[in-house]
Write a protein that binds this ligand. Structure first.
Ligand SMILES: Nc1ncnc2c1ncn2[C@@H]1O[C@H](COP(=O)(O)OP(=O)(O)OP(=O)(O)O)[C@@H](O)[C@H]1O
Length: 251
């Protein structure tokens, strides 16, 4: 389980997150929703490790990971999506997956030179893994194309495949439907469903309520840095405080 306990993030005295506790349970897809500026991205960053909370703790499978950097979280099995950065956009589709090797972060050049054969073998395994993943999302036929040429939806699928290269048990997704056309949203939804069936758990920040309704087993709604509701999609969207937050009337 991925758990945030009493999380507060303060920027120059302004509380972007104010005493928020969430439990992202295994086997589930957890949605984080709320109007613009609610604190969703801040909460995502705290759970993913790119922002250290001002107060509060993050636990992953009962281990305190509050100040563990993303690379250590990845080694523990907690993955996160990244938007395709400009650097990675210069690589081909398959190269984008091959750069996602966690070992690269920990290996010196000297060690690498002495272990050429092992490295070559590992590369073959990585290429096979990349081929399998890209085939699943119908991108293998584009393996040697520049990733910058992909559509918004294909980039999201590639982004997800890059996370999957590290074999995480838990994945945090930042707006998987952003910049994606409706047909592709259904495709991404199906892919995430199949990954859940294989035992991977998800947490996602998402504005598209159709996708949240289709995927999320539980939903946390935030407004102005605070938690306003928690429950099933139906329960949360029926909540008056949530409706008020989206209408901007103020709670
Ligand atoms: N680095 C920062 N410095 C100062 N204020 C910040 C910083 N990051 C976020 N904020 C502020 O914290 C609040 C919450 O921002 P956050 O991005 O978490 O909201 P959000 O719910 O993800 O919004 P959106 O849906 O628009 O992405 C906003 O008022 C934002 O301006």
């Amino acid at each position: 389980m991925l758990e945030g306990r009493n999380l507060t993030v303060t920027y120059d005295g302004f509380k972007a997150l104010d005493g928020v506790s969430v439990q992202l349970k295994p086997g589930m897809v957890t949605g984080l929703i709320g109007p613009n500026g609610a604190g969703k991205s801040t909460l995502f960053s705290v759970l993913a490790g790119s922002v250290i909370p001002t107060t509060g703790q993050v636990y992953f499978n009962d281990e305190d990971i509050t100040s563990r950097p993303p690379v250590i979280r990845a080694r523990l099995g907690l993955g996160r999506s990244f938007q395709l950065s400009r650097d990675l956009a210069g690589l081909t589709v398959v190269e984008n997956l091959l750069v996602a090797q966690p070992e690269r972060q920990f290996e010196g050049i000297g060690a690498a030179l002495f272990r050429r054969n092992a490295i070559r073998h590992r590369q073959e395994i990585m290429i096979e893994k990349a081929r399998e993943l890209l085939s699943r999302v119908d991108l293998w036929r584009l393996a040697d194309q520049p990733s910058a040429a992909l559509s918004g939806g294909q980039k999201k699928l590639l982004d997800l495949c890059r996370v999957l290269m590290l074999e995480p048990r838990f994945i945090l997704l930042d707006e998987p439907s952003a910049g994606v056309n409706p047909t592709r949203i259904a495709e991404i939804t199906e892919f995430i469903r199949s990954l859940v069936a294989e035992g991977i758990s998800f947490g996602m920040v998402e504005h598209n309520m159709g996708m949240v309704a289709a995927l999320c087993d539980q939903v946390y709604a935030l407004a102005e840095g605070r938690l306003v509701a928690h429950g099933t999609f139906e329960e949360v969207t029926a909540n008056d405080d949530v409706a008020r937050a989206y209408l901007g009337v103020g709670a």
